[in-house]
Design a protein around this ligand. Sequence first.
Ligand code: MN
Length: 383
Amino acid sequence: MSKKNIAILGSTGSIGTQALEVIEANSDLFQVEVLTAQNNADLLIEQAAKFQPNAVVITNEALYDKVFAALDPLNIKVYAGEKALGGVVESDSIHLVLTALVGYVGLLPTIRAIKAKKQIALANKETLVVAGELITQIALENRVDILPVDSEHSAIFQCLVGEDINPIEKIILTASGGPFRGKDLDFLKTVKKEQALKHPNWDMGAKITIDSASLMNKGLEVIEAKWLFDLKAEQIDVIVHPQSIIHSMVQFEDGSIKAQMGLPDMKLPIQYALGFPHRLKSDFPRFNFTDYPSLTFEKPDLDTFRNLGFAFEALAKGGNMACIVNAANEIAVDAFLKDQVGFLEMSDIIEKCMNTVSFIQKPVLEDYVQTDAETRKLANQYI
Ligand code: MN
């Protein structure tokens, strides 16, 4: 395998820092070309000093001077602002772009990277949720692979290796159920962010942890799976599997089911995407069956956790509906993290936006940008 040059969008977040651990452990295979961060200038500077990329972007322009002063003497180019993200990914020296940004902000740089024919390791699921039809279309036109980093989608992707000629009957996405599995509406009415941020199995960023607690994360992943694997809504099942050992499954037309298993550790799917098609040797802790004498499965509770149902509705409706759900959810989660709305009110905000924002059946890029802005404005009014 020849050395791969990698750009990491969102290098200071949970996925970004774990990706750098993978790269450091495989420095004969990977070289860091670009690092970007939104606000964490100190960590970005530390990472850049260590990995010596060509360029960095600090999205928050107020932090430019600080980053420039630290990295210019090291001959590292420093850019600022969201727009700069789209430019740095086009550099000739880059082979693969890991999109580890959180939320809608990943959309435009991902489009630029695909058009520049970079391989994409996609950890920014919102990009496919917002504009899956457009993204898969331009990826096809530019013959760009989209390699999933999300653990469930990586599992499905791994199950499909060698199965090119065999149609998928359905996929089974597993969900941990999050910290509030089995709880009722009365309980959820009063929960605070501190409780929602305690995920039983996975150590992740704040936004995705809240999404996991509300099952919105699984809803976003259903939509992500539709686009990654070209599926119909009826071909996607969700099952709650509290141990998070089976990361997801594929059922083929002969009835056979393949599963991908392992301890819940994001470094594994990150490394699989970066190293694909190779499996790289790792010293990650190994799964031991006798430590888990029972793996259990249950139906998701859609009456209590309404967001998962909204995602299936958005999938059935098509057009810009998933973009509406995503934008409303981003605003709702942000408000919940600021103690401005309760846990259940997040679903109310999403539902109101789905019923109110103008529906567009065949959106183009400008429509997604417009829908996102309109939905954010409206959602903020409901807070
Ligand atoms: Mn996931």
